[in-house]
Design a protein around this ligand. Structure first.
Ligand code: HEC
Length: 203
């Protein structure tokens, strides 16, 4: 019995050391098989605190305090527009949502990035090519334009991790993918009653 008690922590320690040695080796392999190209550099392989937390194997699930702290710091860093300044131009927003270009080494870094929203969401009901990783956003405007709705959508787009700590959606504002103006235009694309996203709603 006493021997079992001493062996168990030793086995756990051993597994931990093997696991972290393997993780280090995997990280080195990943880096050595890639190279900087144009404006895309190996810095992208480095994980920040949030990515590290969300990439842990299931056996090492993170604790709730860390999850809450990461979510809160994501939320605290979101710059909020003034109440009457959340919505831009839905037509420009449509172009941003439809554009999947940007951030690849073959893209022109002088051109603004796209949001690639259709890769994961249904938006305009007449668009047949869309991904389903995220929920359908068709008819999103039915939720109205109350301040809490505007704030929710803005925060979600700026840094989705402020709500869902291990979300699979890109951090469009926080990661500098889209500009504030592009995000306001996308907000209008989602919420404006004239936007095709809301074409199925009765006026
Ligand atoms: C790589 C996939 C991916 C891309 C690209 C993406 N999203 Fe998402 N999005 C998700 C997923 C998955 C969810 C649901 C889970 C979550 O909330 O994290 C989500 C949730 C949302 C929500 C909240 C839905 C609700 O019912 O409240 C909104 C709004 C949203 N996305 C808008 C956008 C917009 C606008 C774009 C483009 C600028 C975009 N997303 C691009 C994956 C994506």
């Amino acid at each position: 019995m006493t021997r079992m008690k001493t062996i168990k922590p030793l086995v756990l320690l051993c597994c931990f050391l093997i696991n972290s040695a393997l993780a280090d080796e995997a990280a080195m392999l990943l880096k050595s098989s890639m190279a900087d190209k144009n404006f895309v550099t190996l810095e992208r392989v480095e994980r920040d605190a949030l990515q590290s937390f969300c990439s842990k194997p299931r056996s090492e699930e993170g604790d709730i305090e860390t999850a809450n702290a990461l979510r809160e710091s994501a939320r605290a860093a979101v710059p909020m527009p003034t109440e009457d300044d959340f919505l831009g131009d839905w037509q420009r927003g449509e172009a941003v949502a439809n554009n999947g270009r940007g951030l690849q080494y073959s893209d022109n870094p002088e051109q603004p990035n796209g949001g690639n929203c259709y890769a994961c969401h249904q938006l305009d009901p007449d668009e047949v090519a869309y991904g389903t990783l995220g929920p359908s956003l068709t008819g999103y405007g039915a939720r109205g334009q109350s301040l809490s709705m505007l704030e929710y959508t803005w925060i979600k787009l700026w840094n989705t991790h402020a709500y869902n700590v291990c979300s699979h959606m890109p951090r469009f504002g926080a990661a500098g993918i889209l500009s504030e103006q592009q995000l306001k235009d996308v907000m209008a694309y989602l919420l404006d009653p004239r936007s095709p996203v809301n074409s199925g709603l009765s006026p």
